[in-house]
Design a binder for this molecule. Sequence first.
Ligand code: NAD
Ligand code: DAU
Length: 381
Amino acid sequence: MTTFKRNILITGGAGFIGSHVVRLFVNKYPEYRIINLDKLTYAGNLANLKDIENLPNYVFIKADICDYEKMQELMELYHVDGIIHLAAESHVDRSIKDPFTFARTNVMGTLSLLQAAKVYWESLPEKYEGKRFYHISTDEVYGALEMTHPEGIEPPFTTTASSSEHHLAYGKDFFYEDTKYNPHSPYSASKASSDHFVRAFHDTYGMPTIVTNCSNNYGPYQFPEKLIPLFINNIRHRKPLPVYGKGENVRDWLYVEDHARAIDVIFHNGKTAETYNIGGFNEWKNIDIIKVVINTVDRLLGRKEGEDMDLITYVTDRLGHDMRYAIDSTKLQKELGWEPSLQFEEGIEKTVRWYLDNQEWMDNVTSGDYQKYYDSMYKGR
Ligand code: NAD
Ligand code: DAU
């Protein structure tokens, strides 16, 4: 029997970000056993991991994090000594329609995993030594920032990832690690609650926890309920592009592989009980990003650049729509030396190209219940 140097449980590893984290860890650390635990909800897809599924240090377990007995059993069975917890319900619009599912998975599921880890680790002679519970959270827990344009500077204020020292933004404020929690959607409220439970397990039991709060991710394998893949798919099929409100809301975008690299650095070198913000200083108004996506899809499909602009359709705004998110990731960059590797234009080009080259993946995830979801979310909006 192979003995592994570490046994790391990654939850939600069949989802968008999780699959990039699993791939990175399985390939980079052959000496670690990576146990991917996922319930395979509509958002989980094993096709995201085809390239690594047969590697000897990879194990997949289909399970629900809310199943406490199962979590306990797995901790013991695999001698889990590290947890990277990504499993969650992740889409804000769904949380507005069905908040209970979000409370169940994000709050109770996280608690179930925490308690199972606690009971198992406390039963070992070395207890919490060499252990880590790393919880992946979101910038949305901090609420929303105001748009206060810096004086004398004309839009666009967006900059590229590598120029973080000099970047300009849509407002003076940022989310810092000590920004007060102020969640507005059922999704962000459930994530905030789970963050509190994780920190409480450190403060009460001494569990070696870490929490990170990241900005919007984009890249391959994202489920097409989220802005960028949904719009790429619609442009391809020349379907309307439903822009919420005036399209003025600002999000701070990070390429998913850069998030996965940050998770690797923090899992190994982050300080216990600390919080790190992850983001690339890359703010975009929705309408501006949508125009970039339209131009890129058109160009790569051999259409006239911009010819699909008339697909833009302004629709009823999202309830409680947060105006602006902007992460300050200086702490992570200074203390742990991480920085984003991709310029935004490069990342978007890679992303659009990936979706266009992987139409079969898109067709598979948009078959089945997807049309029902789409109609319930957008029909008559
Ligand atoms: P996703 O929806 O693509 O994937 C979630 C995964 O969790 C899926 O594979 C799903 O099957 C699994 N899952 C859901 N409920 C489960 C349960 N009860 N038990 C086991 N597995 C379950 O989400 P994502 O965008 O990859 O986000 C991953 C994590 O990162 C989430 O915690 C999210 O809050 C956080 N996050 C996401 C972003 C982003 O931009 N996508 C940004 C910051 C933080
Ligand atoms: O900030 C991090 C968060 O980013 C993560 O925690 C969430 O899991 C992730 O889903 C994402 O949340 P957003 O709500 O910001 O992402 P979404 O892609 O749903 O929307 C991005 C912006 O685009 C937002 O302002 C709403 C707008 N939008 C979205 C959709 C799906 C539209 O205008 N039309 C749409 O059809």
